[in-house]
Design a protein around this ligand. Structure first.
Ligand code: PLP
Length: 459
């Protein structure tokens, strides 16, 4: 029976959710037993409020995407004006419209190097999926169709479509399918010495370089990596790593794709993650922060050289496009989002306030008995939990330590995210880029109280 009343009680919503809604990335038995954990109703700034009127600080910008915070009138106006002017227009068959052109030009102006051409999607998975198709298409046109293999890193997260799942290095996300797509390989992250040629390292065979040598570079299409791994634990590469990967790709003529889905648009205190190391990839995939999560949009940004070569090698149709590639409303919101990031100096803010975040996490490491490995780059941070950090003794998986601390935070009205892949127990913190120093201090205080509460239970 359909709901006709405007106001539905929280209890009704709880029941209807259980009955009709299949949640993404959710322990479904838990949802079927208890219904959803929280039903959100509204947001303003860095705060988000549930249907019972409980207000939380959103310490992870939802899914690392609501970078400008909630309730931004300018973004709503940009969407509404565009919807009234031209809600949708396809750019298939060589058609176009003003906002997709303006956004393409704007992205070119803020991207590193000559990443001056964009193909649009509706999100991160579609962007990575498209990048894989584009590089394989390139090699096919080039007369090297065997160059199909894509190498990514263990603990990477690239999304949930078939290719993106296959490239993902977090094993949990592969559980749903019995066979991943062929021609995807995984390397051990951050083996800078191996990438520079150190064959004495016992991990050499599983470095990018070792894999390229074993498989033969004539079979490799591209390497894909996040400049800073997000879902896999906020893993910041050591100095020199990205440059070593860039040089490796050049040495073997392999495309370098960077997945900037989280790190793009100021999250790390630079406009893009690769800017920390002055590396320019051949392809850069973006999504999330491009619209601050207000509407679905992603992009595959590529060098003009790559696009020109694709054009030169074939006069056939480019047989790849989504109905919503370059959706006008999404493009209008993206343009406004980038304008706000620039006008409000949010990249600098992420860098400056990010220093407070790192200080705060370092302080937590000092203060608590179960904390270790604090890290942050801009407003992208994490801290790990160990039963005994000094001896690197982890909590057992059944203790759900990171989840427990995050639940303690939620009791104190702060939303954070546990990152528990590969046996890690990390708590991620990635608040909106509009956060102030005081906001960060408050979040760190709450996290500290929550860790103390958990320590009382387990030590
Ligand atoms: N790549 C990275 C680095 C991500 O963090 C994500 C999502 O979290 C994706 C790709 C997938 O993006 P989407 O969920 O928009 O498909």
């Amino acid at each position: 029976k359909q709901i006709t009343e405007n106001k539905v009680s929280p209890e009704q919503l709880q029941k209807l959710d259980k009955k009709h809604f299949l949640h993404p990335t959710t322990p479904l038995p838990l949802q079927q037993a208890d219904g959803p954990a929280v039903i959100f109703e509204k947001g303003k700034g860095i705060h988000i409020t549930d249907v019972h009127g409980v207000e939380y600080i959103d310490g992870v910008s939802s899914l690392w995407n609501v970078n400008l915070g909630y309730g931004r009138q300018e973004l709503a106006d940009a969407a509404s004006e565009q919807m009234m002017k031209l809600a949708y227009a396809s750019s298939f068959f060589n058609n176009s419209h003003e906002v997709v052109i303006r956004l393409s030009e704007k992205l070119a102006s803020i991207a590193p190097g000559d990443l001056n051409v964009s193909f649009f999607t509706s999100g991160g998975s579609e962007s990575n999926e498209s990048a894989f198709k584009i590089v394989r298409h390139y090699w096919k046109l080039k007369g090297q169709p065997k160059r199909r293999k894509i190498i990514s890193l263990d603990l990477s997260y690239h999304g949930v479509t078939m290719g993106a799942t296959s490239a993902t290095g977090v094993p949990e996300f592969k559980k749903m399918i019995t066979a991943i797509a062929p021609d995807f390989l995984h390397a051990i992250p951050y083996k800078t010495n191996c990438e520079l040629g150190d064959k004495n390292d016992p991990d050499y065979d599983r470095s990018f370089r070792g894999i390229i040598e074993k498989e033969g570079s004539e079979n490799i299409a591209a390497i894909i990596l996040e400049p800073i791994q997000g879902v896999g634990g906020v893993n910041i590469p050591p100095e020199g790593y990205l440059k070593a990967v860039r040089d490796l790709c050049d040495e073997f003529g392999i495309f370098m794709i960077t997945d900037e889905v989280i790190t793009g648009f100021g999250r790390t205190g630079k406009m893009f993650g690769v800017n920390h190391w002055n590396v320019v990839p051949d392809i850069m995939c973006v999504a999330k922060g491009i619209t601050s999560g207000y509407i679905q949009l992603g992009a595959v940004m590529m060098t003009e050289k790559l696009r020109d070569e694709l054009n030169r090698m074939s006069d056939d149709v480019f047989y790849h496009g989504f109905t919503y590639s370059g959706h006008p409303t999404a493009c209008a919101v993206a343009l406004k989002t980038i304008e706000i990031i620039e006008n409000e100096g949010l990249v600098d803010n992420a860098r400056i306030v990010g220093e407070e975040l790192l200080k705060g996490l370092n302080h937590l490491e000092q203060k608590h008995k179960i904390t270790a490995k604090p890290r942050a780059i801009g407003l992208m941070g994490a801290i790990e939990l160990f039963r005994d950090p000094e001896q690197s003794i982890p909590f057992s998986p059944t203790e759900f330590a990171a989840l427990a601390v995050v639940e303690e935070c939620a009791k104190r009205n702060l939303i954070l995210r546990p990152l528990t892949f590969g046996g890690m127990n990390a708590v991620a913190i990635a608040p909106p880029l509009i956060s102030t120093k005081q906001d960060i201090e408050k979040m760190i205080d709450i996290l500290s109280d929550s860790i103390s509460a958990y320590e009382k239970q387990v030590l």
